[in-house]
Structures are given as C-alpha cells and as structure tokens.
Design a protein around this ligand. Structure first.
Ligand code: NIG
Ligand code: FE
Length: 412
C-alpha cells in the first residue's frame, strides 16, 4: 500500500462536486474550498477539505506542492471531441477559405477531409501513434487528462482499423486517458464506387466485427450534413450500431440544421457542433440527455457563428465545450483559449464555462470524471494564481503549472 499524498494548500480548490448536469449556473453556486487540500491514495481521491485539518488527520502523508506560492486547483479538463489522429496538413485549404471558397465547396472539389484521408492512409500505425502522442502532450500541458479521439481519416477497412489501433497504441504510452470513437462515417471517400448506403453497409458488415473483436472502440460517430450523410441514412446507421452495442454521437447542424433533432430523437450521447441549430431544436434539449457539444475552434477556423450556448443553457441543456482539434476546420487545439472566447461571446458565467470543460464534457463521454470528490480517480489541474477567475480572464494564456493524474503529478 502506498503512502497517501496530500496536495495543497490551494488558495481555492474548485471541486465542481454537486453541481447539476443541466442548465445555467450562477458563479455563487461554484463549490470553492478556501485553503483546501486533496488527499490521494493509490490514484484515488480519499479526502478533500481544509488543508490544515487534512495535514493533522493524515500526518504521515507525503506532501506535495507546499512551496508557499498561491495555487488554484480545478478538476483536470476533459476534451470530449477531437480528431488528433491525422497525417499531413491543410494550409492549402486554409488559403482557399480565406480567399473566399467555402468549406463545402472545397470538399466538393476533392479537397478538405479527403485530402487528409490520402495523407493518413500513407502513414503507418506507429507514425500515427507518434503524432497522437505529440498532440496529447500539448493537451496535457493545458491540464486535459481525458481526450476523446476519433478515427475518420482512413475511410476504408484497413485504414480505419489502423487509426483505431494507433489510438490504442498511443493510449498505452501516455498518462492521459484516450477514448476512441469510430468515425468511419465521416464522408463517403471519393474512391468508393458504390452508394452512401453501400459504403455504410461495408463498415457495418466488415469493419465493425473487427472493432468489436479487438475492442478498438465502443462509441461511433457520423457526420450528418450535405455532402456527408443525409438524415435517413444516418438514422438507419445509428440504429444499427446502437443494436451492436455502440454509443452514438453525431456531427450535426454545422452548416445546415436538422441533424440535431435526429440526434435528440435517437437519444445519442451527444450532438456536436450546432452552429446553425434553430430555436425550435434548442427547446428540444430541455428534456433530453443528449449533451450539446460546442466546438468554438471550428467556428474560429471557419469564421462562423458560435454554437448558441447561452440559449441552450437557458433551455436546460447539458452544454460541453471541446476543441474539435483537426487539420481542417479547427487546427488550434487550445481548449482554454477557445472556452474563454466562446464564454465571452456567449456570456457564459465562469461556472458554466468550467462545467463545460469538466464534468459536463465527461457526461458527453458517459464517464464519471471532471469532478473532485471522494472515490473519484485523481484528476486535477493546478494553476499558479490567486483566483480561478484569472484562468478565463487571461483568455486561456494562463496554463496549469501541474496536472495530477492518478498517482502522478506532472510539472509543466
Ligand atoms: O468536426 N465536420 C466534420 N468534421 C470535422 C472536420 C474535419 C476536417 O475538416 O478534416 C469537424 O469540423
Ligand atoms: Fe469534429
């Protein structure tokens, strides 16, 4: 049995414990322990509270971080939507977009996602694992301990499996937790000669059995959009994969509304993007467990409006924010910058923004994380500052000095 570790003291320890999954949050509701401490044993939080009380109670504990500087602790962050497994770059697309071509026009002309598919097919599994680990390292430096990673740039049997195997390989080599999602239904690749339905049938009949056998993913995603997959096909695909035991999430309402309603109707774990979601659909999130995931990196990358987070929260949605880190629409990969920017634009309280990148983002992945409480696996972001307000006030430029994951305290 390892000695317990006492972390602290924290001028503010923000646990996020006890906050509701749905709806708006006032800053007065934020659970803050002043002069707080956290006790971790075998990678699990066993106590939180006043630092001095804890140091008397656990007098033989190893003590960490006690160096006299003001520190603020929050739960480690969760990035619940990324595409960090890719090779190549899309600066050419970027140049075309800022010169006036739209994302969908570029895709139609054979650029966009298909461009990244060709580079990703040319990379080996270990090369992909390597780039995932480099990007994971950058996310870890922002205090992100849990990262969802999608396939979706292989778009044939072998290459989709290669991507998922690369994600699994990378997961075994990092202290962060990588959660894989099968996005074989990103688009129908240009070189597939059949129909959209035939393409998806091949994924279902050929690729899904291997994914299940090798336990490569138990979540799946589909891009519901003009030029990707229409509503009827998406519905049938989601229903089939659900029967096969997969949790479903969807890219919806990025350029045209409609898909979000489908995601809610099918009770998907999350509906992601939502830049064009209309008021009628926003109201449907009220009694839904489908998490609304905003992706400000894509709004910034494509020069589009933000997801209507304020309206969603006022309609009692569970709202998460993620980076969507990918080579096309969202190449930044900085969750703290993006959360700060959408928070300012959408008038989100600090509690709402923090919730959206901690326990509400964990809910999009249906995992218990993003909260500091007894019995939870340790995941803590520690900032050298005297107030949690300064994290978003500094527009994401204040990064954590340490991230605690399980038994490890990583200094950045
Ligand atoms: O979430 N919209 C679809 N998929 C990604 C972009 C993928 C790409 O452009 O490479 C997104 O924005
Ligand atoms: Fe995405």
């Amino acid at each position: 049995m390892e000695n317990p570790i006492l972390y602290g003291p924290f001028i503010e320890l923000i646990t996020m414990h006890g906050l509701p999954l749905h709806g708006s949050l006032k800053d007065e509701e934020l659970p803050v322990i002043n002069s707080g401490g956290i006790v971790v044993e075998e990678g699990v939080v066993i106590d939180t509270g006043d630092y001095h009380d804890l140091s008397a109670k656990y007098h033989s504990a190893d003590k960490f971080l006690n160096d006299g500087e003001p520190l603020v602790a929050t739960p480690a962050f969760v990035d619940c939507h990324t595409h960090i497994c890719w090779a190549g770059d899309r600066s050419h697309d970027y140049a075309l977009r800022v010169a006036g071509k739209s994302y969908l026009e570029i895709a139609k002309a054979g650029g966009g996602i298909m461009d990244t598919v060709l580079s990703t097919r040319a990379a080996s599994q270990s090369e992909l694992a390597e780039v995932i680990l480099e990007r994971t390292e950058k996310l870890l430096e922002q205090g992100i301990a849990i990262i969802e990673v999608k396939s979706g740039y292989g778009l044939d049997h072998e290459n989709e499996l290669k991507m998922l195997r690369a994600i699994k390989e990378a997961n075994s080599k990092t202290p962060a937790l990588l959660i894989p999602t099968f996005l074989g239904a990103h688009i129908k690749p240009k070189d597939f000669k059949g129909t959209h339905a035939e393409y998806l049938a091949e994924l279902i009949n050929k690729t899904i059995p291997v994914i299940k056998e090798e336990e490569l993913a138990d979540r799946a995603d589909i891009f519901v959009e003009e030029g990707a997959f229409d509503m009827d096909i998406s519905r049938a695909y989601a229903e089939t994969l659900r029967e096969q035991g997969f949790e479903m999430t969807m890219h919806v309402d990025q350029f045209h509304p409609g898909g979000a309603e489908l995601a809610i109707e099918l009770d998907c774990v999350s509906a992601d993007h939502l830049e064009t979601t209309n008021d009628e659909t926003i109201m449907k999130f009220r009694n839904s467990d489908t998490v609304a995931v905003a992706l400000p990196g894509a709004s910034l990358g494509l020069g589009m409006q933000y997801t209507p987070c304020r309206k969603l929260l006022d309609n009692d949605a569970c709202v998460a924010i993620a980076t969507d880190w990918n080579p096309g629409s969202a190449p930044m990969g900085d969750l703290l910058v993006q959360a700060s920017l959408i928070g300012a634009a959408e008038k989100l309280s600090i509690s709402e923004t923090l919730a959206a990148i901690t326990f509400r983002a964990a809910q999009a992945l249906r995992i218990d994380a993003g909260v500091i409480h007894n019995g939870a696996r340790a995941g803590v972001a520690v900032f050298k500052t005297d107030s949690h307000r300064k994290i978003f006030y500094n527009q994401g430029q204040l990064k954590p000095a340490y991230t605690i994951i399980n038994n490890e305290c990583i200094e950045h």
